[in-house]
Structure formats: C-alpha cells, structure tokens
Ligand binder design. Structure first.
Ligand code: ADP
Ligand code: MG
Length: 591
C-alpha cells in the first residue's frame, strides 16, 4: 500500500495510538491490543522472511525468548536498567541469529523449515532446563519500564510504547522493501541463478533477512518481559512459533500491514476459542491448536496470499508511479579498445556432468567490438559454455580469461562486477516484481546502499539513479511502456527483451545472449538486430547463441560451431555456410 501522503497517515496513527489509552476501553481489550502489538512485531519479521524472502521459519518464538530472557536475567540478577538491556538484548539476539542463520539459511526446500523446527525445539528445552534462567518456573520480579519518573506498571501505560514500536517497525520494513536491498530480497523467491549472475550475494541477503526478522522478534521479547514482568518457557515454544507463522500467513505473507491484520485475527480468535471450545467439547486442552492447524492448511490451499490482498484489492489504487528521471547519472565503464587483449579468451574448457561431457576442450576468442555467434544443435553445450564463462558452473578443465585476467575460479557475482552480463535461455525473472524493478536488479552492483540507508531512506539519490538507469534501458529496448507492469504479465518474446535490458543495466563490456530471438516475430527480430549492431558500435562485445541462421549470419563477425560438446568449426559466416562438417552436423542443407 502506498498512501499519497505517508507523513499525514503517520501523524494520524501516532495520535490514535496516544489517545487509545485515554479512551474508556476496558482493560481487558487494552491488554489484548498490547498482545496483538507484540505479536505483530514478530509477524512483520516473518512477513519479510517467509512471505517476501520465501524462507519458512517455525522457530521465531525462540528469538522472542532470547530478547525476553536476556533482559530478565540482566535486570533481575544484575539490576541493570531495562533501557540498557535493550541494546544488549538486541545484539545478543542478532548474534544468535547470525550463528544459527549461517547454518540454517543454506538449507534448501523442506529442510529449511525442518531446521527451524529443530532449533526452535532445542531452545525451548534449553530455556526450560537452565538453572540461571529459572528452569520451568522462569523468572519473576522483572522491573517495569520507566519513562522519566513514571513506571509503566499497567497495560494502559504500556500501550503507546508497544504500538509506537510496531509503527516504527512497519515504517522501516516498508522502506526497506522499496530499496536496492529490498529488490534483492524480493527476488530471492524466484531462484538465485539470475541474482548471482547480477552480482547479488544471495546467501548474504538471506542472512540479513534472517537476522532482521530475529531482531524484531527479540525486540518483541524484550517488551513482553517488561510488560508481563515474569516469564517462563511456555511463551517461547514451537507451538507459539507455529502461531506466529499462522499470523503472517493469515494476514498476507507478503505484506507488512498483513502482519498486523494476521496478529489481530489470530490473537482474538485464540482468545475466543479458548473460551468457547472447552465449553463445547468439555475438559481442558489447547483445542484452538487444532483449529489453527486446520486454518493454516485451508489458507495455504485456497488463499495463499492471505487476507490483506483481498482488502487492498477492494480499494483499487491507480498504477504505482515510481520516480523515473531520464538522465543517466551512474558512472559508466570504459569499453575495451579494439586490437588490445581479447575481451573473452576461452582456452580448452571442459565440463562433465557425471559420464556426460557437455563441453569438451572448447577454445575461442571474442575481440573488442565483435559479435561472435556460438551455434550448434540442441544439446551441443552452448548454454553450458555460457554458464562456465559467467561462473554459474565450475569448469572441469581449461581457462577463461576476461580482458587478460583469469576468471574461471571466481564466483558468478564477482565476474558480473567485472562487466559480463547475460540473458538466459529459460528466462530467469521475478514475475511478481515490476518490469522496471527486474531491470534495476541488473544495476544492483552499480549502487552501494545497504540495510540502514534503505530503512532510513538515505538512499533516495542513489535509488533515483538506479531506477533511472533501468528506465533508460527499458526505453532503449522498446519496453518503456510496460515499466510498471508485473514482469509475469509480459509475453515470452518480451521477457527475452526484458532480460536484455536487465543485462544492459549492468553496463557490461561483454554481453552473452542465449537464444534472444526465440519467439520474436520478424519485425521484432529486425529491431533486435539493429539494437545489437548499435551496441557493437558503442564498443560492446557480444557472444550470441541463436538458432535463426539468417539472423546469426547477418549479424556476426565470427562463428564458433559446437557439436556434442566439441568445437567442430570456426570462421567468418561465409566460410561456415560452406563448411561441409557444419552442414552435416547442424545446418543440414538448410543454407
Ligand atoms: P545447448 O545449450 O547447446 O542446447 P546445453 O549446454 O544446455 O546445450 O547442454 C549440453 C548437454 O549437457 C546436454 O546433453 C544436456 O542434457 C547436458 N546438461 C546441461 N546441463 C546439465 C546439468 N546441470 N546436469 C546434467 N546435464 C546437463
Ligand atoms: Mg541452450
């Protein structure tokens, strides 16, 4: 949601938060609202982690426990003021999250949620067994928060503290999502290949999100300890972890405001169910857990995006307008000079997949301002060669040099930073992000703003440059009018062109295009050829995989022909057209 006047909305919300405790609302509801606020903080973190970043965690309650126990121990045993324990609690939670996250976030698929369950359970039992944490009885007599000379003894006095913190967390998190780092976070869900190829350290981005979510949970725990003034392990168990996840999912796993909605619904529902169900069923038991489990399954089956999207769709807003200047203020790379060292020098590279040799001793050069065609039948090893050059695969033999330096042992993101950009045969885009934002991913390494700058909106000038560059490249390839559409709404041919715009946004010296003309109509192919000619004239070198023989022959300076992983011919287009081995293997008498 993007309100027209966020400042006005914020002032109104602050005034509402400050007046609610003065209103004749029963204590019971104030206390319920405080709980919703505390849960919202955890759920906001989970929205970022699970909804946006795609990492499901059942273990957030343990981080709430870290925050709560840290302040409980320090303020009772050592008598330290709660305001001093706050930074300590947050730093400790962050350190724990860093340690746990660096092992956990690397897990893929179902192993990640299973991993979070494992440490969620482990910490629950740890809290319950350590003597200095009060074991199962927990810790009592935690001092209240004190502002000036006022002790915040009751829920009513505590209310503004909780909700101002929630408001701040929502504000900072929403900011974060609309930044350079935010785009990298949002692109995590659609896979890591393209992100790494554009210089994003996906493991680091995942870890940042993991620690961010944990710190919000730790903050919630710190507040909880001083509101309840007594804690025990039951509040930090795995079942509570499941409830947190339910809150994020019910509200809308990808929406910050959905976190508060979800926390509200689940908290009120739990409160009511705990009243009603024992009367209906009889006996004592946490029957609400059954209802919650059922809800989770139904929502995941039928309303994956939760309730928040249903609410905002009921109030259709105009298309989102992003700041798009036309000038280009980012620094540009000096292009390689003709006649100097080759831009790309591939020397005898090999790649085997088990018994299959996909690329077998392939050697070729790409000079400055050259378009080189890499052709051959399906399965010849063309895409694998691209993956070897861009570092997405490690060669089993041979060397790759870019502008005279070895790059074959470098990670993909470092190769990208040197100025090699690519497109993918099977498009690798984030379909839910806008066309403009997808292209801005290409410019990621040309910016530097990080977490804090993004949260505090100190990155606006750089953001303007990055989005401006993305817009410029989109206009250049003729997709300017689709800028604000979700990428997933474009046709396949347009997506291929979109990938070219993203590659250009990196300001590459070498561009690798994997079947860019597949799915394009005749006129679109002519436009693409004109664009590639123009890029060459501006100094770019291009390696092109393409099956359309006329397109390739008309455009390229040299051709490299592969068959079953082996190089079978090299030469200028006129020679290749007549080469009997090539005619036999690939062109099959077409030319
Ligand atoms: P091309 O792009 O020329 O059509 P590829 O480079 O995609 O060919 O594939 C070359 C060969 O390597 C094919 O036989 C393909 O099945 C195999 N191959 C490609 N990638 C992998 C992989 N990740 N694992 C196993 N085999 C692969
Ligand atoms: Mg291929």
């Amino acid at each position: 949601m993007n309100p027209k006047h966020p400042g006005v909305v914020a002032v109104i919300l602050i005034l509402v938060i400050l007046t609610i405790p003065l209103a004749p609302i029963p204590d019971y509801w104030i206390s319920l609202l405080n709980n919703i606020g505390l849960f919202s903080l955890v759920a906001v973190g989970l929205v970022l982690l699970t909804g946006v970043g795609g990492m499901t965690s059942f273990g957030q309650a343990a981080f709430v426990g870290f925050g709560a126990y840290t302040t409980a121990v320090l303020s009772t045993t050592y008598g330290i003021s709660p305001w001093l324990t706050l930074p300590i609690a947050l730093v400790l939670t962050a350190a724990a999250a860093l340690a746990i996250g660096s092992i956990t976030v690397r897990l893929s698929g179902h192993y990640l949620p299973l991993g979070t369950m494992a440490w969620g359970l482990a910490f629950f039992y740890l809290f319950g067994n350590l003597e200095f944490l009060g074991a199962h009885d927990g810790i009592n007599g935690i001092p209240p928060l004190r502002i000036g000379h006022h002790d915040l003894f009751d829920g009513r006095a505590f209310f503004p503290v909780v909700w101002l913190v929630v408001l701040a967390a929502m504000f900072l998190t929403t900011n974060l999502l609309h930044t350079r780092l935010g785009r990298a976070i949002r692109a995590l869900r659609s896979g890591t290949i393209a992100n790494e190829a554009f210089g994003i350290d996906t493991a680091q981005v995942k870890l940042i999100v993991f620690v961010y979510a944990a710190v919000l949970a730790g903050l919630s725990g710190w507040l909880y300890a001083h509101l309840q003034r007594s804690i025990n392990p039951t509040a930090f168990g795995i079942n509570i972890g499941i409830e947190y996840l339910l809150m994020a999912v019910v509200g809308g796993a990808g929406h910050v405001f959905g976190a508060v909605l979800g926390a509200g619904i689940v908290t009120i529902l739990k409160d009511q169910l705990q009243d009603i169900l024992p009367k209906l069923i009889g006996g004592q038991g946490s029957y609400e857990t059954i209802v919650f489990g059922f809800m989770l399954v139904v929502i995941l089956q039928s309303a994956r995006n939760g309730l928040w999207p249903l609410i905002i769709n009921a109030f259709p807003a105009g298309p989102e307008k992003l700041p798009v200047p036309s000038d280009d203020s980012l620094a540009q790379r000096a292009m390689p000079k003709s006649g100097a060292v080759p831009v790309l020098d591939v020397r005898g590279i090999c790649k085997s997949f088990g018994g299959l040799v996909a690329v077998n001793d392939v050697t070729f050069l790409v000079g400055a301002k050259e378009i080189v065609g890499l052709i051959g039948p399906n399965g010849a090893g063309k895409s694998t060669t691209f993956n070897l050059v861009t570092g997405l695969l490690r060669a089993t033999g041979g060397e790759v040099l870019f502008r005279g330096s070895r790059i074959d042992a470098m990670p993909a993101r470092d190769i990208a930073a040197l100025g090699i950009a690519r497109t993918f045969q099977h498009v690798e885009l984030a379909p839910e992000m806008s066309v403009l934002e997808n292209v801005a991913i290409g410019a990621h390494i040309r910016g530097s703003a990080g977490l804090l700058a993004g949260m505090l909106r100190l990155d606006r000038a750089e953001e303007k440059c990055l989005l401006g560059e993305a817009a410029r490249q989109l206009q250049r390839v003729g997709l300017g009018e689709y800028m604000h559409r979700p990428a997933g709404s474009l046709a396949l041919g347009q997506l291929r062109i979109l990938e070219i715009a993203r590659a250009l946004a990196l300001d590459p010296a070498l561009l690798l295009l994997d079947e860019p003309a597949a799915g394009l109509r005749h006129l679109e192919k002519r436009e693409l050829a004109a664009l590639l000619n123009k890029l060459r004239a501006e100094g770019m070198s291009i390696l092109l995989v393409e099956h359309d023989v006329e397109f390739v022959m008309g455009l390229t300076d040299h051709l490299v022909v592969l068959d079953f992983g082996k190089l079978i011919a090299k030469g200028v287009p006129a020679e290749i057209r007549k080469n009997p081995i090539v005619l036999e293997a690939y062109l099959g008498g077409v030319v």
